[in-house]
Design a protein around this ligand. Sequence first.
Ligand SMILES: *Cc1c(COP(=O)(O)O)cnc(C)c1O
Length: 524
Amino acid sequence: MNNQGRPTTPAAIAANGNAPETMSGSKALNQVEKLIFEVGTPQNTGVDLPAPKGGASRLGAHARQGEIGLPGLSEPETMRHYVRLSQQNYAIDLGVYPLGSCTMKHNPRLNEKIARMPGFADVHPLQPVQTKQGALEVMYDLSHWLMTLCNMPAVALTPKAGAHGELCGMMAIRARLDADGETHRRRVLVPESAHGTNPATAVQCGFNVDEIPANDKGRVDMTALRAKLAEKSDDIAGIMLTNPNTCGLFENDIIEIADLIHQAGGYFYCDGANFNALVGRVRPGDLGVDAMHINLHKTFSTPHGGGGPGSGPTVLSDALKDYAPVPYVVKSDNGFDLVEHVEGEAAASFGRMCAFHGNMGMYTRALSYMMSHGSDGLKQATEDAVLNANYVQASLSDVMTTAFDGTCMHEALFDDRFLKDTGVETLDFAKAMIDEGYHPMTMYFPLVVHGAMLIEPTESESKQELDRFIRSMRHLAAKAKAGESEMFKAAPIHAPLRRLDETRAARKPVLRWTPPEDLLDAAE
Ligand SMILES: *Cc1c(COP(=O)(O)O)cnc(C)c1O
């Protein structure tokens, strides 16, 4: 049997002493499924087309020499293959998805319905603008909502993810510095708890990263920051700060931080991935932010997590708005237009971030989400997200150890002190959550907290769902304390796949299926 890509087959489970009780290895609805290459064969085909007419091939030396080797399946086989796989997958539509820093929340079906309306779904970027006025209006209205919620004068819609939005904001900062002849300003301050994309973006834009330490309350160490700026500030390009930060805490000194950076001649980039905790309650523009990306796929509801499309609109302050990338939407007496080029002396735009106008489907979903909630509903979602996180934190703080004292914002952060001397580590605890039927929380991030477990329930979980989740977590914490480390080390035992060799997967990834010998022999 070919084991490629499936190190924990039923045989391996059997060898491990947890023999499946079924002949097939399937557990009722949870069906064992082989790789598609093993299910299908190149000899089969699901379609039956007549041989192409049209005379001799003109491919010459480029014509394929051997078989293409793709697996062939009938339509029902293909359907079953993917449905079976999908049933082995965890999903937000299945249960609580507590991944911190990711805002995995319910995505109202209304948004999906609207995004699939042909006028939005089938719009082509090269259509004449007169034929896509409605789509442009959606983009214009979405911009209005984003600028209003942030109290910022401009927004670049085109960035296609949070990290892409960071790139947009930092390129705008760099363009402004260059325009002012401040090319020596190349140092960007980044707190040590930052998401990895922050320092990566700064370096990508040609800046040097200078880390600022956190204090024992999980926030920027102001003494260290002041000392850093007092020592040298004429090379400061700016700061990249997440608020609420990746410890799930509001940066209380944020206004002073903004003032200090501005006095030093730098700009304030805010990582807005945690905007879910602020919408309707705090406007980043009021905090002195110069640029901030918003993950529409987190805060404003688009299914994400599978590497699917995202959208990272970036709001810009007065100081940066002229440097915004093209294209952008404008409204005139003749309707809406897409500005593709800026010309003349005032043209300061740093350029273009993608070929066209960005991810239309995300714009439609986000606007549908905003309009169906209304401004009061968005505010309530924020408050419920923070309430839910604090409910989880309060309900677990006697059996797990919270990383920092006090209330949290939209996510609860625990460390691994409660596992001390139990033989159970954060990773084992996470694997045991899989057996309980939950996707694990974010682990080992942020790096500043030892064995971190970051839980973001979001506003869309009911009290019943949260209580169910909390019961499982309390149960696991009790088992760890009772010394049942073997159960943890073996987990997950009920999942379709057991523990993977993560080191080998990272170091020697098998990314390509190669036919087993007997198949090769048969082809010859
Ligand atoms: C998700 C996230 C990002 C990056 O966003 P992508 O859309 O995944 O590129 C950046 N910073 C923080 C804090 C995040 O949670």
